[in-house]
Design a binder for this molecule. Sequence first.
Ligand SMILES: [Zn+2]
Length: 607
Amino acid sequence: MDIRKLLHEYWGYDSFLPYQKQAIEEVMAERDSLTILPTGGGKSLCYQLPALIREGMAVVVSPLISLMKDQVDSLKEMGISSDVWNSSLTVEGKRSIEKKIRQGDIKILYLAPEGLQNNNTKQMLQSVDISFFVIDEAHCVSQWGHDFRPLYRSELATLKELFRGCGIHAFTATATKVVQRDIIKQLNLREPALLEGYMDRPNLTYRVNLREGDNIGRITSILKLHEGQPGIIYCRKIDDVNKYSEQLRARGFENLRYHAKLDDEERHNNQTAFKGEKINLMIATIAFGMGIDRSNIRFIVHTNMPKSTEAYYQEVGRAGRDNLPSFCYMFYSAKDYRNHIYWIERDTKRGDVNKDKLNQIYNYCAVPGCRHKALVEYFGQKYKGDGCGACDYCLGEVELIEDAANISTTIMKCVMGVRRFGGGHIADVLYGKETERVRQYNHQSLETFGSMHESPSVKYIRNIIEQMVGQGILERDPEYQTLSVTQKGKDILEGKIMPVLAKPPVVVRTREIMRGRRERINEYASSYDANLFNKLKQKRSEIAQRIGKPAYVIFHDRALMEMAARKPLTEENFLSISGVGEAKLEKYGEIFINIISGYVSGNTTEN
Ligand SMILES: [Zn+2]
């Protein structure tokens, strides 16, 4: 069967995204495989399409139970028979699905991992014709991954044994080389084909800034910039979620909260409201998002530094799944590092792995350089091209300190001169501020006292010191918070390596930058008819509400934008919109074409 034809007929796409075709061919060949495709890379299509062609039923195992139902809803909308099998099914429900399975009426079955520990389920699966297994979120089986789930691993370990001769295809969006090897080992994959998509997500613009105070001013500016667009603000603590939610509401930004301490009903309602596009702004802990498959999230704000680069990559991965431009802002501070390290040092088993990961994300924050390049390289790949045009560094928002070698030498000399003091005090000494503490230790007589007096503020110096900690030039004592010079620092002092430091932003510049960003975003937004887009969106949400499914399963924003730009009036033209397949044409073609034609003729008569 022609895979392109199926792609067009069911998914309404004319071409594959990078790597999709190879991944499909791997699944078609009866050989185990491990595929790493970044978010937005169209991972699920890589196994859903072969499932249509291959004899028997494909079984997809995923630890994200809440996502399964959405996936199945999407498949059903496209006219593909599929169902979910998990412990929440009633006896009646199970019986009816089992009947369909035995009749060969289901092409794709989503299975909760605990199903593989249940003997009845196991026997039932062993007695039917299975085309292949898919292990989704495969990084969760590796203890070197960022989201290790021991149960997921033990539930899957015997799969190869139980279903001999059945291909296993592991999929994940994030896996370093070490994690890749571990997945292959843990799942007992036999000579697997390994396909690694390019990890870069060019549609995301990354910005990282040192956090100052509660940051509410800067968050407000970001929200103004993205007014009316769907977004998530992530907080580390539940208290912060409540605090930001309240403060932002008081400033006129409608939002909902999501965290573990809300009662089940509120949590569920808030999640549904966000998925159903009834609310656009969610303030949440990182627990939110696992079960969210809203494809048009336009911005994500991290109010704290995540615990690892993988975690960050996955959390921002929730933005721009439709591959349209989306924006990621992260604010970090030394306090975040301390909070993470506190928990990491209490974990005797995986402390070292996690500490390493923490140092790397801190380094990512502190090193001025292309963010896209840094992320891609973290996953062991080479960045293609130079200058992404979509990060604070490449957009010229980061200005480098010209005499970084001198500045860092001055700071290190001061660190060595004061001995065993924290960053705040060291910044005071460098700025030449005669605090009580400075006098108490007679630090005003140090050679470095006041040597950075030309700097705009103490805060400015504090920011540079923090960059040096993040880059591993200085080291902070975990208990006393005092600073010392590392080996890397000594290498800089000896002129063996050249440091790279960024000028901390000062208030005026930040405003200019914000203005610049606004202009760029407006330029992008003017390429389609926004009034028509809103009308189409309104209809989509009406339908979504009526059928009780998330809006994106009907059409993605991208498809609506294309409709609003190209204004198709015939079925044939409508079918040519990316994301419109036969099933969707049949179901929704008339409704949407009517809106477009009503809109077009309304506009002409007005003229
Ligand atoms: Zn860049």
